[in-house]
Design a protein around this ligand. Structure first.
Ligand SMILES: [Zn+2]
Length: 457
């Protein structure tokens, strides 16, 4: 049992002894979650100034919350609330051991997430189970090409998880593409953890040198930060290309710093398994009401057992749905479908809803598509106008793109052919060209919202 003392309360987070819940029956899962949820709620309500104020404002008494279903009566937490992070702290500074920074919704001041030693141990347990789900074992050599510095949470979580699983971990971090490839060869990496576009660049680098990544011995690609599948659970072209390039299985893992939990695919690879011991996952409609399994809505997560800055009903802004069908891996937990987009990037086009990353996602990896980005404008009548700026061979026309988009997203926006340089300069203009931004929202009052394809990089 992992424990942390907070204001004199011995508080424990759910650990290894709860891992069996992955295979438990619905009643057992519900009973364990109820216990963990009520403990989390009372700890948070007792120690967090933010939630004490919020509950008072909304007339909520935590003592009246008795069951898991009562969670719908609790107010939602949004990213903008985290600006005043000190009010969320449930422990003194002497119990904080790690500071994480995430991007803010507005302005340049990042959001601070403070972690206790218990929170770090919780992250390690979370990733240990997630890696194990993909078939990674202590026999594996894990190349982690996600930043471990700059106060990012993802890299340290993957590192701690790999160590806890007793794998051989290579902390290559955000090193250059050439150094990543050399490390893969030198140390015999059998699994890579990173964003798909980076894994693609490493493979391309090897191919350009006349070497073959398919023969490198990499068996698993753990894809972070970017989706690998479309809503129909089919691999996106880039993910398919990666599998061919590396002769490896690609696994999707969905996470964010605030929710401090990974939803990772198992070897059946049909959605990320929920982690009932680590969080309560809800899917809500625009009115904030829960939707049935299979219906898309916003992912709202209550990460259980966090002791530094616990959150209740955090709105992720990501759109997905839950799958409640038996998984062939034997686990009984529900799964989360691929994230189809960000709520604030939803576009309405001729009566159809579409997300910009769905459009780019079905073109990336296609050899005929070099690079591109989407711009959204608002028409006079308030509807959305979508322009796909594509760096393609102009002599071959745009009809093939229209066919792909008609088949995959049922929406064909305006298509503008741009030069490769123009596309590259637009897409890689931020953060010393490390970040790839493929969506520019120019609708009224929405200029600040850009797609960040590399949030975990
Ligand atoms: Zn499964």
């Amino acid at each position: 049992m992992n424990e942390v003392a907070a204001h004199g309360i011995r508080f424990e987070f759910p650990g290894q002894e709860y891992a069996a819940l992955q295979y438990a029956g619905a009643d057992e899962i519900r009973e364990a979650q109820t216990r963990l949820f009520l403990r989390h709620l009372h700890y948070t309500a007792g120690n967090s100034i933010f939630y004490q104020r919020l509950f008072k404002d909304k007339g909520v008494d935590a003592n009246n919350i008795r069951t898991l279903s009562d969670i719908v009566g609790l107010p939602l937490t949004e990213k903008k609330h985290l600006g005043n992070s000190n009010s969320f702290l449930c422990v003194g500074n002497s119990e904080i051991v790690d500071i994480n920074l995430t991007s803010a919704t507005t302005g340049s001041v990042p959001t601070v997430l403070s972690l206790t030693s218990g929170d770090l141990a919780r992250l390690a347990y979370n990733e240990e189970i997630a890696f194990a789900m993909t078939g990674i074992t202590k026999q594996d050599t894990l190349l982690i090409c996600a930043a471990l510095d700059k106060c990012f949470m993802a890299g340290i979580a993957y590192f701690l998880g790999g160590v806890k699983l007793k794998s051989r971990v290579i902390r290559s971090g955000s090193g250059s593409v050439s150094s990543q490839w050399e490390l893969i060869k030198l140390l015999g990496a059998s699994a890579i953890v990173g964003v798909p576009s980076l894994m693609y660049k490493i493979g391309q680098y090897a191919l350009n040198k006349g070497e073959d990544p398919a023969k490198a011995g990499v068996k698993r690609l753990i894809a972070i930060g970017e989706p690998t599948k479309d809503a129909g659970m089919k691999l996106l072209p880039l993910a398919q290309e990666l599998e061919n390039m590396w002769n490896a299985w690609i696994f999707s893992t969905y996470a964010s710093s605030e929710i401090a939990t990974t939803f990772c695919e198992c070897t059946a690879r049909c959605g990320g398994h929920l982690r009932p011991e680590l969080n309560i996952t809800e899917i809500l409609d625009d009115a904030g009401k829960p939707v049935p399994d299979g219906v898309y809505g916003e992912v709202v997560v209550t990460p259980l057992g966090v002791t530094g800055m616990p959150l209740i009903r955090f709105k992720t802004g990501d759109i997905s749905c839950l799958i409640d069908e038996k998984c062939t891996c034997g686990r009984t937990t529900k799964r989360i479908a691929p994230i189809i987009g960000r709520k604030n990037q939803m576009l309405k086009y001729k009566g159809t809803t579409v997300f910009p990353n769905a459009i780019i996602g079905c073109l990336e990896g296609d050899q005929r598509f070099y690079n591109g980005y989407i711009e959204a404008y608002m028409n006079q009548d308030g509807t959305d106008r979508i322009v796909l700026n594509a760096a393609i061979d102009a002599t071959k026309g745009t009809e093939w793109i229209k066919d792909v988009l008609r088949a995959k997203v049922r929406v064909v926006p305006e298509i503008r052919i741009v030069d490769r340089d123009v596309a590259d300069n637009k897409v890689y203009q931020f953060e010393k060209k490390r970040k790839r931004i493929t969506f520019f929202d120019l609708r009224q009052n929405r200029v600040e919202f850009c797609q960040d394809n590399a949030k975990n990089e």
